[in-house]
Ligand binder design. Structure first.
Ligand code: GLU
Length: 401
């Protein structure tokens, strides 16, 4: 019997973040002393007040199917959060709760993109954006940026990337993997370009909004002319250390929210009942409740920048948010280690894994082939040890002769 897979799955790349995390886990289980800086996952525990809300929900017998778009109380709490943090006025009919922000993004792509549509991705971008666009048979159009302009794109670049086929732009600030945050002025300059092209929708992924080291938060949808064509994506994973709970949500024009609900109704139905009950507590919590995590991430960022800055060949920017550094390591291209040439970021990342036992993710996966991503959502001890090992192996590289 033939077991030929569909072209769809055959053309889908594996998620490099998840693949590297799985590889690190596998090596660890095999007894190797691996330090994994690959996955973007807070190393804190979910705060007790959220855990208690989940326990209470279990004891109150929340066990039935949930409304496909989320519990009414959760949608009300999300509307209040959007008002409180983002100055956005959504009504509950504009909210859809999903099984992680990743599902929210996949829903949006599925309901808006037709084959042949173009999706603009300011690079570097999170690995799954391009894969999700590809699944919809859309074409993704990268706008490159570089560490020299803090990995941000300009309005001129945006204008040049737009064609009559452009349907969407996937925008992400604070950015995974660069940690860059666009200012209100920068948002408005990009919006001025988009105003001239009313056929373009904006997916604004704000999942890292609370992991922010002092920049003023701003949302794309807060620009009046953008509100009716922006889908604001957020979730609980990063801010509340709830990656495994899988709660994401959107605020969107009602017709898009309805379409996402229809899509989700055929694919997964409503999100897990216990996680949703806990989410009501999390979303309603004052952001100061998680300040201790943000402060710790900032300390680690400063430490990592200082230690990596001592390694020749690592070019760094200062991330303003999220929990990644994204060094340009192209200075190592063309060098050799143990007779093996480092040709690209993938080789370099594999070299760190094999020689330093440190897992990172290649920048190719993020549309930035000169860089690697390192997550500093790890303990200070692990970060110090990882960078010490990296420094030692980098010293062993030599020029190609
Ligand atoms: N978003 C996180 C990351 O970039 C989690 C893994 C994933 O879903 O890609 O590492």
């Amino acid at each position: 019997m033939s077991n030929e897979l569909s072209n769809r799955i055959k053309s889908l790349p594996v998620s490099q973040t998840l693949a590297m995390a799985a590889k690190a886990r596998e090596l660890k289980n095999a007894g190797k002393d691996i330090i994994s800086l690959s996955l973007g996952e807070p190393d804190f525990n979910t705060p007790d007040f959220i855990k208690n809300a989940a326990i209470e929900a279990i004891n109150q017998d929340y066990n039935s199917y949930t409304p496909v778009d989320g519990y009414a109380e959760l949608k009300d709490a999300i509307c209040a959060k959007f008002k409180r943090d983002n100055n956005l006025e959504y009504t509950p009919s504009q909210i859809v709760v999903s099984t992680g922000a990743k599902q929210s993004i996949a829903n949006i792509a599925q309901v808006l993109l037709n084959p042949g549509d173009e999706v603009i991705l300011p690079a570097p971008y999170w690995v799954s954006y391009s894969a999700i666009a590809t699944l919809c048979e859309a074409k993704f159009v990268e706008i490159p940026s570089s560490i020299d302009n803090d990995f941000k794109i300009t309005p001129e670049q945006l204008e040049a990337a737009i064609t009559p086929k452009t349907k969407m732009i996937f925008f992400n600030s604070p950015n995974n993997p660069s940690g860059s945050i666009y200012s209100e002025e920068e948002y408005r300059a990009l919006a001025a370009v988009l105003e001239k092209h009313p056929q373009i929708y904006i997916l604004s992924d704000e999942i890292y909004e609370h992991i922010n080291y002092g920049s003023k938060l701003f949302s794309f949808a807060a620009i009046e002319s953008m509100f009716d064509r922006t889908i604001t994506v957020n979730g609980l994973a990063k801010a509340f250390a709830m990656t495994g709970w899988r709660i994401g949500y959107i605020g969107a024009p009602e017709w898009i929210a309805k379409a996402c609900t229809k899509m989700q109704g055929q694919i997964t139905s409503g999100t897990n009942c216990i996680a949703q009950r806990a989410a009501i507590t999390a979303v309603s919590a004052d952001p100061s409740e998680i300040k201790y995590m943000v402060e710790e991430f900032k300390n680690r960022r400063d430490l990592v920048l200082q230690l990596l800055g001592e390694i020749e060949g690592f070019k760094l920017n200062v991330p303003e948010g999220a929990f990644y550094v994204f060094p340009d390591i192209s200075a190592f291209f063309g060098k050799t280690l143990k007779g093996k040439e480092i040709k690209n970021a993938n080789d370099f990342s594999m070299f760190l894994l094999e020689e330093a036992n440190v897992a990172t993710v290649t920048g190719d996966a993020f549309g930035a082939p000169d860089c690697i991503r390192m997550s500093y959502a790890a303990s200070e001890l692990q970060l110090r040890e990882a960078i010490k090992r990296i420094k030692e192996v980098c010293k062993l590289t030599s020029e190609l002769v």
